[in-house]
Design a protein around this ligand. Structure first.
Ligand SMILES: [Zn+2]
Length: 467
């Protein structure tokens, strides 16, 4: 893509003021804007105000902190002085996950620290780095050219990490403000360091809680032998959810699983992939093997097939344990769903499997704890071409077209609201980011490339017709 004059100027200003943008990011990351319950909501509000100030400083107009009763604040801002040009809605989030175990952080979670070209700290990549990539791109244009190639709206959410639980209400209330021709959602990861990606498919999720009870109260394990152990029964029931070949052992679960199109399979097979690197990036111990349906490639398993994880297991902690048969045990199961599946129906099938004919007549209760739908789009057409070109211009490398094994709740509500508007999912994270875990970090070189890409993207989208 040949950069025209205004793009060149914006890129030049970006390079000249990288320290400024980095400092703004560091300042934002010092605020522990944890949206989870039991953390102070004032910090999320303080974060919203800081993001609002960063937008104003960049030249964005009509900046406001938008509240929805019972929710954490969103930040809105726009710049709408290009009549006749299309409008892009830029989404990111300013809340973060809890820091996890303090002793596991090599530098404190909320004291952003640079090491080996990466900025370590909670929120550096997820998602304050993503937010700042857009702010810096817009700010660079406005500073040197006093204009943007197209109209821009920012919406920066404050409760993405707790499942965007008020997003539907928020969009309902502020529907008129959100009108746009394209949506750029910045919260996904690149294929690798230096290798940009556009995400066109996300898995959904269904959580199921299951409890096995066999006794009214704990019993001296001198009675073990004839008396069933609810903990072992629960473990066996969980183990029985997998077949020896790695598929899930839940009748009917695969009935509606869509087969990826030939185009999608070709896209997946085109991606460079090293199993050894994948294992290393995932933190698997040496010698640990992959599991799942071996007839599908690693990426197909992760992006296009359902999978189950035990995310909580409770019976009795080590502390306080004694020689007793524990009366009950429970687990929280997390099923990732894929296109074709209905998350609630899948959850009901798991509940049915778990509660039908309980072993030894124990009492089994199971219920769906919550669902979020999968999302997919056909990443073809001029907006995706523009995004691929912009990422190539910023990174100097062809864009990987990827699925994601995870779930992002905010995509579908935006897609529904702006029906027909292309949803472009890009991000600043990479396989070493450790988002949500301790020692989250942002690759600063890729961050600059993402900012450059965003400058190119504004220019490329501006050339497309309005919807
Ligand atoms: Zn995020």
């Amino acid at each position: 893509m040949a950069a025209n004059g205004i793009v060149r100027e914006a890129l030049g200003d970006l390079d000249a003021r990288l320290d400024h943008w980095k400092q703004t990011l560091v300042d934002l990351c010092r605020i522990p804007s944890i949206s989870a319950v039991s953390f102070p909501p004032e910090e999320v509000r303080r974060s919203a105000q800081a993001v609002a100030q960063a937008l104003r400083d960049a030249g964005v107009e009509h900046v406001e902190v938008l509240e929805i009763p019972g929710g954490h604040p969103y930040v809105y801002g726009d710049w709408l002085h290009r009549p006749g040009a299309p409008t892009v809605l830029l989404y990111g989030h300013h809340d973060v996950m809890p820091p996890g175990r303090a002793e596991k952080w090599l530098s404190p979670a909320f004291e952003p620290t640079e090491r080996d070209g990466r900025l370590y700290g909670r929120g550096t990549a997820d998602d304050k780095g993503g937010v700042m990539a857009h702010v810096a791109a817009v700010g660079s244009y406005l500073r040197v050219a006093k204009t943007l190639p197209l109209n821009v709206k920012f919406i920066i959410e404050g409760e993405e990490e707790i499942g965007s639980r008020n997003l539907d209400r928020f969009l309902e209330q502020y529907r008129a403000k959100m009108a746009a021709d394209f949506i750029v959602l910045t919260d996904t990861r690149n294929y690798d360091v230096g290798h940009p990606a556009l995400t066109y498919q996300l898995r959904g999720i269904c959580q199921v809680d299951v409890e096995v009870q066999g006794l009214h109260q704990p019993l001296h394990s001198g009675s073990s032998g004839p008396v069933p152990d609810p903990v072992q029964i629960l473990c066996a029931m969980i183990a029985d959810l997998r077949k020896p070949n790695g598929a899930l052992n839940v009748p009917g679960l695969y009935a509606k699983v869509a087969r990826p199109s030939a185009k999608q399979l070709a896209r997946i097979r085109k991606l460079p992939l090293s199993e050894a690197k994948f294992k290393k990036d995932s933190g698997m111990l040496p010698g640990v093997r992959l599991w799942g349906e071996s007839q599908f490639s690693l990426l197909e398993r992760m992006w296009t097939r359902p999978a189950l994880t035990v995310i909580a297991l409770e019976a009795r902690p080590f502390l306080g344990s004694s020689n007793q048969i524990i009366e009950a045990a429970r687990a929280r199961l997390s099923l990732r769903t894929v296109p074709g599946m209905d998350a609630r129906e899948a959850g009901r099938l798991i509940v049915k499997k778990l509660t039908t004919k309980p072993p030894y007549g124990v009492k089994v209760t199971a219920k769906i704890n919550g669902t979020t739908p999968w999302w997919t789009t056909d990443p073809e057409g001029p907006a995706f071409e523009a995004a691929r070109g912009a990422l190539k211009a910023g990174f100097g490398k062809e864009t990987a077209m990827v699925g994601a094994g995870g779930t992002i709740g905010f995509v579908q509500p935006f897609a529904d609201l702006l029906r027909g508007a292309p949803c472009i999912l890009m991000g600043v994270a990479d396989p070493n980011t450790q988002a949500h875990s301790e020692n989250e970090s942002l690759h600063l070189g890729d961050w600059v490339k993402a900012m450059r890409s965003t400058i190119h993207l504004a220019d490329a989208l501006a050339r497309l017709p309005q919807r």
